[in-house]
Ligand binder design. Structure first.
Ligand SMILES: Nc1ncnc2c1ncn2[C@@H]1O[C@H](COP(=O)(O)OP(=O)(O)O)[C@@H](O)[C@H]1O
Ligand SMILES: [Mg+2]
Length: 219
C-alpha cells in the first residue's frame, strides 16, 4: 500500500484539523509540528483532557498493517485511527524509557521487546515482526506501567529474526556492554545461541561490506 504524500503548503494545519474533525469527530486544541529526522513529517494534535494524536504526512511502507499485527499479538504500539492522504494514530502519554529505568534495565527491556516482536509470525508471509531502530527514545513508559514502541516506521518483517538481531547489534548498537544487555533481555524468552555464534564469527564487528550477499549470518 502506498499513500500519497500530504502536500506541503500553508493550509496544511487547517486541513489536518479539518480531517480530524470530520473523520474522527474530535476537536484539536493545538497542532504542533514535531522536529523529526528523515523524510516523514509528523505532528502532534492536542485534544481535550490531555489526549493527543500523532499525524504522519504519509504511512511508510506497510506500517499500518504491521501496527495492527503487533497490537493483535500483544506488542504495544500506537493504534491507527485513520489513513488516507495522512495517517492518524494515537499519541502515547508517558515517560521516556531513560527517565524511568537506569541504562542497564532500559537495554534489557529493549531486548525483551525485540524478542516479543520476533515471536510474532505474520500469517500472510510466514515472516517475523522486527524493528531495526530500537533506540531508547523510541519507547514510552505509561502510567499503567506499559511499554510502548512508538517509532513504527522502522518496523518490518524478516525471514530470519536471528540475523536481523545480529545485524542490529553489530551495525547499529555496536557497544559490547549494551549488546550484552539486549541479549540478556532477548534471551529470557528466545534462544540467543545462534545470534552469539554468528556475532563471534564476525568478531563482533560489522565489516565495511557487511555480510556477503545471500549469506545470512544466522541461517
Ligand atoms: N505516538 C507517539 N506517542 C508519544 N510520543 C511520540 C509518538 N510519536 C512520536 N513521539 C515523540 O516524537 C519523537 C519522534 O518520533 P519518531 O517516530 O521516533 O521519529 P524519529 O524518526 O525522528 O525518531 C519520539 O521520540 C517521541 O518523543
Ligand atoms: Mg524515533
Amino acid at each position: 500500500m502506498y499513500i500519497q504524500p500530504y502536500p506541503e503548503n500553508e493550509s496544511n494545519n487547517q486541513s489536518i484539523i479539518r480531517i480530524i474533525k470530520n473523520e474522527l469527530k474530535l476537536n484539536v486544541k493545538k497542532l504542533y509540528r514535531m522536529e523529526k529526522k528523515g523524510a516523514v513529517k509528523i505532528w502532534r494534535a492536542e485534544l481535550a483532557r490531555g489526549k493527543s494524536l500523532r499525524i504522519d504526512n504519509r504511512a511508510v511502507g506497510n506500517s499500518v498493517y504491521l501496527q495492527k499485527l503487533a497490537l493483535k499479538n500483544g506488542v504495544n504500539v500506537p493504534r491507527v485511527l485513520y489513513y488516507k492522504n495522512i495517517k492518524i494514530s494515537t499519541w502515547v502519554n508517558g515517560e521516556m524509557l531513560s527517565n524511568v529505568f537506569d541504562d542497564a534495565n532500559a537495554f534489557i527491556e529493549v531486548g525483551r521487546q525485540l524478542a516479543k516482536m520476533n515471536s510474532i509470525v505474520d500469517p500472510s508471509t510466514g515472516r517475523c515482526l522486527t524493528n531495526s531502530d530500537m533506540g531508547i527514545t523510541n519507547f514510552i513508559y505509561t502510567k499503567n506501567k506499559q511499554i510502548y514502541i512508538i517509532d513504527m516506521n522502522t518496523m518490518r518483517l524478516t525471514r530470519n529474526p536471528d540475523s536481523s538481531i545480529c545485524k542490529m547489534l553489530l551495525k547499529r548498537i555496536r557497544d559490547p556492554e549494551r549488546n550484552a544487555l539486549i541479549l540478556k533481555g532477548y534471551g529470557e524468552t528466545r534462544d540467543t545461541k545462534k545470534i552469539i555464534k554468528a556475532a563471534e564469527k564476525l568478531n563482533w564487528k560489522w565489516g565495511h561490506r557487511g555480510f556477503r550477499k545471500n549469506t545470512s549470518p544466522c541461517a
